[in-house]
Design a protein around this ligand. Structure first.
Ligand SMILES: Cc1cc2nc3c(=O)[nH]c(=O)nc-3n(C[C@H](O)[C@H](O)[C@H](O)COP(=O)(O)OP(=O)(O)OC[C@H]3O[C@@H](n4cnc5c(N)ncnc54)[C@H](O)[C@@H]3O)c2cc1C
Length: 254
């Protein structure tokens, strides 16, 4: 439950407020407002201008308070990443939830987090503009974000990107998803989503071996209330192969 509400007009003011005891950032509020069992103060980030998407030198820098729906509609965002954003949550939640808030709260089922892992996104943390690889961010996020803010998320220069999934219906959250990036020099990243506390990076390098086998092995124990490990493992193999085919067919890569 929110005790005190602050709305700073600058980043330095926001950091001063965040240093007060029991005070946390508030972005879209879709998660925070469900926390009714504890009392805390919030620092609303909405007037800090962190909702811009800037494209420079083929990199895309996304301000952390950018709403998911804003991103979904942005033509600079790769087509298959926009598909993943649409799957993340229904329209009314996408209109409120921010990318920064999602990174703090998401689990392995998140299609956006799975895509960002494959895209090799960098998380910018302030006040000292520390750049953290997304794979490291997931492991340490609870300690990293205390008294610090995610101010932006950087997608490195462009890659070919694809995303595939299976779900109960076309607009449900995926039971299994795969996201793949491929760069001009042949470097590829494959991430699996749909299970666990965070998405899983399976490949970062050249795809030399059987990609289906790598994906199946990575999900060989991925069992929960949504699906058996056998099902997830088989689907991961099929979807990883599909992602590679999409990249080959659509972008002419081998
Ligand atoms: C009805 C409903 C349905 C939902 N469905 C789903 C779903 O299907 N899948 C799903 O994954 N989520 C779902 N959510 C949760 C929600 O969509 C995500 O948690 C959301 O992305 C959080 O974003 P936010 O901007 O609203 O964050 P907030 O609620 O404002 O904040 C979330 C957390 O992140 C911290 N935070 C926010 N911004 C920053 C920042 N820039 N730097 C550091 N810390 C920050 C906050 O302090 C807080 O701890 C749902 C929520 C609701 C209310």
């Amino acid at each position: 439950m929110i005790k005190k509400y602050y709305r700073p007009q600058s980043l330095p003011d926001a950091f001063l407020l965040l240093n007060k005891p029991n005070t946390i950032p508030l972005a879209g509020g879709t998660y925070i407002t469900t926390e009714i069992n504890s009392e805390f103060n919030v620092v609303d980030l909405q007037d800090l201008g962190l909702d811009k998407v800037v494209v420079q030198n083929q990199k895309i820098e996304i301000g952390s308070t950018t709403k998911l729906q804003q991103l979904h509609q942005n033509q600079h965002i790769p087509e298959f990443f926009r598909t993943a954003i649409k799957l993340e949550a229904p329209l009314n939640i996408r209109n409120s939830a921010s990318l920064g808030g999602l990174l703090v709260t998401c689990d392995g089922r998140s299609p956006v987090a799975t895509s960002l892992l494959a895209l090799d996104a960098r998380i910018i943390l302030d006040p000292d503009r520390e750049e953290i690889l997304i794979s490291n961010f997931f492991s340490f996020r609870s300690s990293i974000t205390r008294k610090r803010l995610i101010t932006s998320i950087i997608l490195p220069s462009l890659q070919n990107f694809s995303f595939a999934y299976v779900a109960r219906t076309p607009f449900d959250r995926p039971i299994v998803s795969t996201a793949m990036s491929m760069w001009m020099n042949g470097r590829s990243r494959l991430a699996l989503g749909g299970y666990g506390a965070q998405p899983l990076l399976v490949i970062d390098g050249q795809i030399l071996d059987d990609i289906s086998l790598a994906a199946r092995s990575a999900f060989s124990n991925a069992e929960d209330e949504w699906a058996s490990a056998y099902y997830r493992s088989e689907m991961a193999g099929v979807l990883a192969t599909r992602c590679l085919k999409i990249i080959k067919n659509k972008f002419g890569k081998q």
